[in-house]
Design a protein around this ligand. Structure first.
Ligand code: HEM
Length: 175
């Protein structure tokens, strides 16, 4: 079913210790897998999806972020690939976060936010769109570590003329 690309081996010897600025996001490091539900008023009904998310580091003060999703049916069987995205979360002093996230649908998001008490909240700073991309005006994301092995995710979307509202919610477990 899902064939995750392995994280590349660290090429300079032993994997380094995480940078001290990563302290508030250490709990995110690793791979996560789970399922979620999505909706949007322009779509015919809601949908269920599975998702794999990986956060890694190379000793510098940013996370490498990679996520892929696929739609599933009522028996959890894969239906077709859905969203993919990858990017970088730059962790700043006092838990501020600057994220750059790109999607193959022609959308490049620059987001700003903060991490506190196991929750990362990100809101749109800028959205870049390729000429054929759907109109996306803003998004909001919240990632919450509810315990060491559980990550919940919500995603709000302002797109195709609609105001910011719920698009996705997911519940992921550490792989
Ligand atoms: C787990 C991640 C996601 C999943 C599973 C997902 C799923 C979907 C699905 C199933 C649709 C209906 C069209 C289709 O069948 O392809 C859709 C539409 C859309 N999604 Fe998502 N999505 C995800 C993430 C995102 C993100 C990160 C953005 C924007 C930054 C986004 C923006 C949109 C837009 C603009 C539409 C089109 C709405 C319309 O034209 O009516 N989605 N999404």
């Amino acid at each position: 079913m899902f064939d995750p690309t392995p994280a590349p081996a660290y090429p300079y010897g032993e994997t380094p210790e995480p940078h001290p600025l990563l302290a508030p996001v250490l709990g995110l490091l690793g791979s996560w897998h789970g399922r979620g539900r999505g909706e949007y008023p322009t779509l015919d009904g809601d949908f269920t999806y599975a998702q794999e998310v990986t956060f890694s580091h190379d000793g510098r003060p940013f996370l490498r972020y990679e996520a892929r999703a696929w739609l599933i049916d009522a028996d959890d069987a894969p239906v077709r690939p859905a969203a993919r995205e990858s990017g970088w979360w730059r962790i700043q002093p006092e838990g501020r976060v600057e994220a750059l996230i790109t999607q193959p649908t022609g959308i490049a998001e620059i987001m700003v936010g903060a991490v506190a008490d196991g929750t990362v909240e990100l809101a749109t700073h800028t959205v870049g769109l390729t000429p054929s991309a759907k109109q996306v005006d803003a998004t909001g994301r919240r990632y919450t570590l509810t315990d060491d092995d559980t990550l919940t995710f919500t995603h709000d979307l302002a797109a195709v003329g609609r105001p910011l509202q719920h698009h996705l919610s997911a519940h992921l477990r550490r792989k």
